[in-house]
Design a protein around this ligand. Structure first.
Ligand code: URA
Length: 445
């Protein structure tokens, strides 16, 4: 295989055959294709795109570049949920124990924070002692025992993606529908799932800001799942403001615990229940959305969902006491209320500046090997559409020290926009995408 010929063909708008994708990925993982050639190929894909057959072939080659969970012996359905990334999005922390407590197996493989978006693994690791770096054998044993595991992409899974992802980050080729679809699905399909629910973010805080691109991505991933015997349902959800109130690793764990105890903020619960209803229906334990919703509410009010979270934390070396007493989470050195600088409507709460400010406070990574401060972040109580008086508290800043508080204050001054008129936020859940096509569940104002 002459790699330059493949790059040349893709660069000029041609297509590669499945066997060529397979050979390219195999040679790349074996070290026979250098990063500079793969980077050139990624840029060619970014500019020319891939058709559905090529996307499926690339995904399959990436999936087969590593090991896979093998869970076919389990009697229950195996359902995961994955988000394309957002700010304040802690739905995975709630859904994994909630859905597992209802008899569906949830082998959840998550990622770390990326750019301005947070990552489930970073949030979980703010729980003292909690480990997410389990081997596939340990993950399998835990799934068999308690029906759920929360892990990262181990070194064994999709090594092609592990190497290509930083290359994409460094070559401005992240925002490509076929590359995002193959990256996510190569890992998800390695979990041996029977079904997958995707949360495709749209709006100013999402990676793909254009609605048509979000719908394209949803369609591509639904088709990839279908081609591999895994039913996929995708919901498009709002990321034009942070989800819930907390943004920051330990703060989001605390909010997720409150949600599991029936005290989650309404927007967070609406998105969580919408995704959860799809998981329960794919898992075959609820006939429709209403029944799924009743089951989830019962699991929360009976304490079953919180107890499952405790069991997962304990199994992964964490302190399960966090569920009864979130004060065991790391605490910020300095915290201060942020007050509305004027009276008016909260027009917008901009997610990107909030996410970037979290990184600046130390709660996210500017470089891959940065160490995180799990305690820092924001709790933003103001939501678009709220009326506020001048001087009314609208957020709390949690920082390491006074200079962090000052940086947080400056960020919130730009991110929380108060005006004479309210803007129209996006509907929390706007589209549902399946193999049958796209259904609008709410119309943009
Ligand atoms: N998450 C992934 O795992 N891959 C992408 O390309 C984007 C988000």
């Amino acid at each position: 295989m002459l790699v330059t010929r493949l790059i040349e063909r893709k660069r000029d708008g041609g297509r590669l055959e499945p066997a060529e994708w397979n050979a390219l990925i195999r040679s790349y993982v074996a070290g026979d294709v250098p990063d500079y050639q793969m980077a050139a190929m990624l840029m060619a894909v970014y500019l020319q795109g891939l058709d559905r057959i090529e996307t499926a072939a690339l995904t399959d080659a990436m999936r087969r570049s590593g090991a896979q969970l093998s869970l076919g012996h389990l009697a229950s359905a195996r359902i995961d949920k994955h988000s394309t990334g957002g700010v304040g999005d802690k739905t995975s922390l709630i859904l994994a124990p909630l859905i597992a407590s209802l008899g569906v197996t949830v082998p959840m493989m998550s990622g770390r924070g990326l750019g301005h978006t947070g990552g489930t693994l970073d949030k979980l690791e703010s729980i003292p002692g909690m480990r997410t770096d389990l081997t596939l054998a340990a993950a399998r044993e835990q799934v068999e025992r308690i029906g759920c595991v929360l892990i990262g992409q181990t070194t064994e899974v999709a090594p092609a993606d592990r190497r290509m992802y930083p290359l994409r980050d460094a070559t401005a080729t992240i925002e490509s529908v076929p590359l995002i679809a193959s990256s996510i699905m190569s890992k998800k399909l390695a979990e041996d799932l029977t079904g997958l629910v995707l949360d495709i973010k749209r709006g100013a805080g999402s990676f793909l800001r254009d609605l048509d691109q979000s719908l394209d991505l949803a369609g591509a991933m639904v088709a990839l799942g279908e081609a591999h015997g895994c039913e996929v349902v995708a919901l498009l959800t709002a990321m034009d403001r942070p989800l819930g109130r907390a943004v920051g690793n330990a703060l989001e764990v605390e909010e997720a615990i409150h949600a599991l105890q029936g005290e989650g903020p309404p927007d967070l619960m609406a998105v969580t229940f919408a995704l959860g209803a799809e998981m329960l229906q794919l898992g075959g334990v609820a006939a429709d959305g209403d029944e799924a919703r009743r089951q989830m509410e019962r699991a929360i009010s009976s304490g079953a969902a919180s107890r499952k979270f405790q069991a997962i934390i304990e199994a992964q070396g964490g302190n399960p006491g966090v569920v009864d007493d979130p004060a065991v989470l790391p605490q910020a050195g300095a915290c201060e209320l942020f007050e509305a600088p004027r009276r008016g409507f909260v027009a917008r709460v901009e997610p990107r500046p909030v996410g970037r400010a979290l990184v600046a406070l130390g709660g996210g990574r500017a470089r891959p090997d940065d160490r995180l401060d799990p305690a820092v972040g924001f709790v933003i109580t103001a939501k678009p559409g709220d009326w506020v008086e001048r001087g009314e508290p609208v957020a709390t800043i949690f920082a390491r020290d006074e200079s962090g508080v000052e940086a947080g204050r400056a960020a919130l001054r730009g991110a929380i926009v108060i005006a004479d008129e309210a803007d129209h936020p996006l509907p929390l859940v706007s589209h549902r995408v399946t193999m049958d096509g796209v259904t609008r569940t709410a119309v943009d104002a």
